[in-house]
Design a binder for this molecule. Structure first.
Ligand SMILES: Cc1cc2nc3c(=O)[nH]c(=O)nc-3n(C[C@H](O)[C@H](O)[C@H](O)COP(=O)(O)OP(=O)(O)OC[C@H]3O[C@@H](n4cnc5c(N)ncnc54)[C@H](O)[C@@H]3O)c2cc1C
Length: 318
């Protein structure tokens, strides 16, 4: 009789095995601090754990956790860290900031992150000013053993035939990484606004992709102004060329400043659908305005525009 009595779990589906989190903390040390230019410093992080660090490349975002005075990283939770971190009292909660994994070398157990040096005094900037080789550090990044690929990667051009990539110095690491992974037959244009002439970084691009570094040579020019101008100019020529059936890569973006869009063409998103993929990242207000321009004024399909505010002028993150 007892064998016919349903056990208490009858009818309850077997509990799924908890999936491994896609991201996890990695305790590492700073292996090298390498100045790349007046505004960029590369930190190379090393640690045995990094053998498992996901190497999806492109604009892979990660977190850099910053040490607390006195306790360093002792209170930072492991594993599925996010809810545990949020439950901690303020004084035990390490600040962290979002960065791009510029290079991941699992075999060497190393990760490079390129930091922008800025003077506005956030916790990451303050840490960067004093960090030295040998210091303990902590990253939260993709776990290749989780089985999840591409989490934290936003670059998704689909079948678009032309790419337009634009960003400021905080997006330069992501842009360099994306451009290095473009297929050889990619075509389009890349704009990177940087603080000064000496911040132009070496970057090899496919033949059909022109790269334009835009130093803020005019000290009075606002953040993002050069980027706005360059994107607007290029887009005007792109739209014109597209409507005329001209290969847009033949258009010289440094000359012929014109806005020669046939009447009524801008605003017709479907007209450009599928052809252009735009990836925009940097200071939030500048990126918002570029996105509005592309989608509302030009008529690029909103699904073809990835836009990411990487930081906010005058506002600390979290
Ligand atoms: C997905 C993603 C990827 C990113 N990748 C990188 C990367 O690879 N390299 C990188 O350097 N940054 C990157 N950033 C930007 C970085 O997270 C921010 O710049 C961050 O705010 C820096 O933290 P902080 O503690 O120095 O300053 P916060 O505490 O956030 O801010 C303090 C003050 O500094 C100002 N500020 C913040 N950043 C800058 C800046 N770059 N220039 C001038 N003023 C600034 C703020 O407006 C504020 O007034 C990325 C952001 C995202 C979302």
């Amino acid at each position: 009789m007892s064998s016919l009595v349903a056990p208490p779990t009858a009818g309850v589906p077997a509990r799924p095995v908890a999936a491994k989190p896609a991201h996890r903390p990695y305790r590492v040390r700073v292996a090298a601090v390498t100045p790349l230019s007046p505004s960029f410093v590369r930190l190379t992080f090393a640690g045995d754990d990094l053998a498992d660090f996901g190497a999806d490349g492109l604009d892979q975002r990660i977190k850099v956790v910053l040490p607390l005075p006195g306790t360093g990283f002792d209170t930072f939770p492991g594993g599925d860290w996010w809810s545990a971190w949020r439950a901690l009292p303020d004084h035990q909660r390490n600040p962290f900031r979002t960065y791009t994994a510029r290079a991941v070398r699992p075999a060497e157990r190393e990760v490079d992150v390129d930091f922008v040096v800025h003077a506005d005094g956030g916790p990451a900037a303050a840490w960067l000013a004093t960090v030295a080789a040998g210091d303990e550090a902590m990253l939260v990044g993709p776990d290749a053993t989780s089985g999840v690929r591409g989490s934290g990667v936003e670059w998704a051009p689909g079948s678009a035939r032309t790419v337009m990539i634009a960003g400021d110095e905080t997006a330069a690491p992501a842009i360099c990484s994306i451009v290095e992974q473009l297929p050889a037959d990619a075509r389009g244009c890349v704009f990177v606004e940087v603080p000064g002439e000496a911040d132009v970084l070496p970057l090899a691009a496919p033949a059909g992709v022109s790269v334009h570094w835009l130093p803020r040579v005019d000290a009075h020019a606002g953040h993002g102004e050069r980027l706005q101008r360059a994107v607007r100019d290029w887009t005007a020529r792109y739209v014109t060329a597209w409507h005329r059936g001209v290969d847009v890569t033949d258009v010289d973006v440094d000359h012929d400043l014109l806005w020669d869009v046939p009447q009524g063409e801008p605003g017709r998103g479907a007209a450009l659908e599928g052809d252009l993929y735009a990836w925009l990242a940097g200071e939030a207000a500048a990126i918002k305005s570029l996105r509005r321009f592309l989608v509302s004024e030009v008529g690029v399909d909103r699904r073809q525009v990835a836009f990411m505010g990487y930081w906010r002028l005058g506002r600390s993150e979290m």
